[in-house]
Design a protein around this ligand. Structure first.
Ligand SMILES: Nc1ncnc2c1ncn2[C@@H]1O[C@H](COP(=O)(O)OP(=O)(O)O)[C@@H](O)[C@H]1O
Ligand SMILES: [Mg+2]
Length: 245
């Protein structure tokens, strides 16, 4: 149902970068709203690493991450999207960059830091693709080299977006949360079950992981359907973001 809703509307093409700073359609304004909240949140200089999450796969985490990155870049912020979804690495795709020589290679000492970071064709936007496959994700995510890598990115970038695997699939979210300053949680309208969303949020809360905002994806303004979990549409930010544990 959700993908049909999306396909009807040309603005909702998946896997692609739809953000255009000069366009004021509702999709762009929704991404702007998310971006502006992140900019405000990031005024505190210690907060810049954002974990992009959802309950299950296919809730548009990667789509949110790359469009948010392009929007932040267009606002003059230097931003990087790091692919931490080791099983389904997709961050390189919308930027038409090959998935070679990335994080996996850097962590295995095959390439230097600079080679793992790639400039995209969008202003101020960089990615770190996964590169070579990573077998033991929890070992890698908890390694000193990984935390040093994120520390290095904190020094070089205004914002670091961590594209992550879904909460209900694998416990990587716990390790990624130790590297991040907060979670942006995606909910796919008409797709994800209410109990899945509740379970994922409970897991985050149980682990004291800060949810700084929520994004309602696959929303279609032409449809009367508004989902059965949150009564809001488009990209949306929680009130009191940054306060929620
Ligand atoms: N708003 C949308 N409308 C329709 N399709 C979408 C939308 N956002 C993402 N998609 C598509 O849904 C699929 C899953 O999106 P993706 O961002 O890769 O999800 P995730 O990273 O959560 O697994 C992709 O094929 C993508 O092209
Ligand atoms: Mg993804």
């Amino acid at each position: 149902m959700s993908s049909k809703l999306g396909k009807k509307n040309k603005l909702l093409r998946g896997d692609s970068i739809v953000y255009d700073v000069n366009n004021h359609n509702w999709v762009n304004e929704s991404i702007n709203r998310l971006k502006d909240n992140i900019l405000y949140w990031g005024l505190d200089k210690d907060r810049k690493v954002i974990q992009i999450e959802s309950s299950v796969s296919g809730e548009a985490k990667t789509t949110t991450a790359v469009n948010l990155a392009v929007a932040l870049g267009a606002s003059g912020k230097k931003v990087i999207v790091v692919d931490l979804d080791f099983r389904k690495p997709r961050v390189h795709r919308p930027f038409l960059i090959e998935n070679v020589g990335g994080l996996g290679d850097y962590l295995l000492d095959k390439i230097p830091f600079e080679k793992a970071i790639k400039k995209t064709s969008y202003d101020n936007v960089y990615i770190c693709n996964r590169g070579s496959s990573i077998q033991s994700s929890s070992f890698i995510l908890t390694s000193e080299k990984m935390s040093d890598f994120i520390k290095h990115l904190r020094e070089e970038f205004d914002f670091v977006l961590l594209d992550s695997p879904p909460v209900l699939m694998i416990s990587d979210y716990i390790h990624i949360a130790r590297l991040s300053d907060g979670v942006v949680f995606n909910v796919a309208s008409g797709k994800t079950k209410k109990n899945q969303v509740k379970e994922a949020i409970n897991l985050l809360k149980m682990n004291n992981i800060k949810i700084i905002g929520a994004v309602f994806t696959f929303y279609n303004p032409d449809s009367s359907y508004r989902g059965d979990y949150y009564g809001y549409g488009k990209y949306y930010y929680n009130k009191g973001y940054g306060d929620e544990k």
